[in-house]
Design a protein around this ligand. Sequence first.
Ligand code: PRT
Ligand code: ZN
Length: 285
Amino acid sequence: MSKIKIAIQKNGRLSENSILLLEECGIKFSNGHSKLKTEAKNFPIEILFLRDDDISQYVEQNVADIGILGENVVLEKNRDIKIIEQLNFGHCRLSLAIPKEETYTGIGFFNNKKIATSYPGILKSFCKTHEINVEIEEISGSVEIAPGIGLAHAICDLVSSGSTLLTNGLKEVEVVLRSQAVLVANKNLDSGKQETLDKLLFRLKAVKSASENKYILLNSPDHAIKKICSILPGMKSPTILPLAEKGWSSLHSVIKEDDFWEVIDQLKKAGAEGILVIPIEKMIL
Ligand code: PRT
Ligand code: ZN
């Protein structure tokens, strides 16, 4: 197993979660803010702290073997690297937005309009797919002010809560791309590095599955067990243990985080009591 180098964002929206993810994979390293790189103490990996814009280039050129960055940046830079895994954080969308007082008539609205963006590559291919003819004004930051200062009719920018658009008098009208942080890799890793990457990936998947699922425990009257089991989409079948109180059992299972409010309502209706939902630290499938 050879040492690999991973590039993560030095300072920005993805930094904290990238570090946290590596730590959750059991990788220990010191991450003082001024550092350019650091070596893990208990895993053959070196961590490089870089600007997100540079990561795909460095992974392509073998300066780093793998990296964590937004899918939006990977697609925009269009380097010869591969996306290995979506990481479930840094969620955002690249969207088209227009002044809120304008009436939106559909994608044809943008025909012959000027759109300001930091994502000219993605926008260009979106416009080609939708057969619209636009003028793209590439700017590197503060895209949301472009319509207000008369630089463009519309913008194409990243949105998460939507509050930046709102405070700048804009409304989101089309989603161009949905994005999240991804793990990328160089296409030509040797077998020693691939072995290390596989080991890291195994851990990453265990952490990711755990964060997407919850462990659920509940008490059920025995007559309701069948109904409750049919509601619980468990890993296999739920564990059922008799309670000290006659006629009652304890059921344990795993549910998807996304499903859990809906399922909990159904469980209560079916007679479940004392429902506990507990985070899972690691989940090996
Ligand atoms: O210094 P460096 O070049 O490394 O960082 P950066 O400033 O280029 O990137 P950074 O840290 O802002 O973002 C890194 C990545 O986080 C992006 O490439 C996305 O993949 C992801 N991400 C998730 C976001 C957002 N959410 C986001 N909301 N990146 C930027 N924004 C900005 C957006 O550009 C807009 O200005 O936040 C504003 C909108 O946010 P809301 O919540 O008001 O809608
Ligand atoms: Zn950047």
